[in-house]
Ligand binder design. Structure first.
Ligand code: IPE
Ligand code: IPE
Ligand code: MG
Length: 253
């Protein structure tokens, strides 16, 4: 079945976006980068860019709902972002609560289920409580799964998974013979989720910054210089369209 994206109909863009439900990516992961530069370019403090970036989050979540993506993972705060000055960190870590306070009813009505991947235990209480509330509130929704990667670092995730796995081996809940890629994946924060089909990074940098190192093994990458606060639905659909033209071979021919 072919879909046309309804809210693009009246836009100036001449291009039309046709997707088929069969080939729309199940899982899109986004490194939302460029907030600080967006603000500095305008002579504003960096936090103004983080604030503006929230409206892009809202737009892109809605776009993902429209085209029936199953999982959208947003890199929100990395384990390395603790290196930033405390006022900036504090500001970023207040945004999930602010976002959920305003948009949770809309997310509910769009049948969105919130999840968090990352070291949630070591988040400030107000951040953890806000996301925990949203996770509980949306747990029965079966539309888009919105994964917030919060205090997320892929190496930490893999190490933690390894520790859990070794504990299970020691407790004889798992034998070395049974251990394979699928079982190991089950120890990651992303257990049970499809691997990302498409990774988008805004802001011009071409690196992973410790994001989903295991899960991105066969993901298609799409980079843009557009800074996250300027990233539009059209940009998102361009990424999707380009993804649809890629030939995924997984090592075959
Ligand atoms: C991404 O924007 C948001 C977070 C890392 C939380 P940045 O804050 O990294 O913006 P730039 O890359 O410095 O422009
Ligand atoms: C990656 O962006 C983390 C998030 C978007 C949350 P960074 O801006 O922190 O990454 P580097 O420092 O450019 O690698
Ligand atoms: Mg950055």
């Amino acid at each position: 079945m072919s879909m046309k994206i309804p809210f693009l109909k009246n836009k100036q863009s001449k291009e039309s976006f046709h997707f088929s439900e069969d080939n729309i990516p199940n899982h899109i992961a986004i490194i939302m980068d460029g907030n600080g530069r967006w603000a500095l370019k305008r002579g504003m403090p960096r936090f103004a860019g983080h604030k503006e970036g929230l409206s892009t989050v809202v737009k892109i979540v809605k776009a993902a709902v429209e085209c029936k993506v199953k999982v959208l993972t947003l890199y929100t705060f990395s384990t390395e972002n603790w290196k930033r000055p405390k006022p900036e960190r504090d500001f970023i870590l207040r945004l999930p609560k602010e976002f959920l306070h305003v948009y949770l009813p809309e997310l509910m009505s769009n049948n969105v289920r919130i999840e968090v991947i990352g070291d949630i235990e070591n988040l400030p209480d107000h951040t953890r409580e806000a996301v925990q509330y949203a996770i509980n509130k949306t747990r029965d929704n079966d539309g888009l799964q919105l994964n917030m990667a919060l205090n997320y670092g892929s190496r930490l995730e893999i190490l933690d998974a390894m520790k859990e796995m070794l504990k299970d081996i020691k407790d004889e809940k798992l034998s070395l013979d049974e251990l394979d890629e699928q079982r190991f994946s089950g120890y990651l924060y992303t257990a049970g989720m499809p691997e990302p089909d498409l990774l988008i990074r805004t802001g011009g940098e071409k690196r992973l910054s410790n994001f989903l190192l295991w899960q991105l093994a066969y993901t298609e990458f799409w980079f843009t210089d557009v800074l996250w606060p300027d990233f539009s639905e059209e940009d998102f659909f361009h990424a999707l369209q380009e993804y649809l033209q890629r030939k995924r071979r997984y090592g075959g021919i």
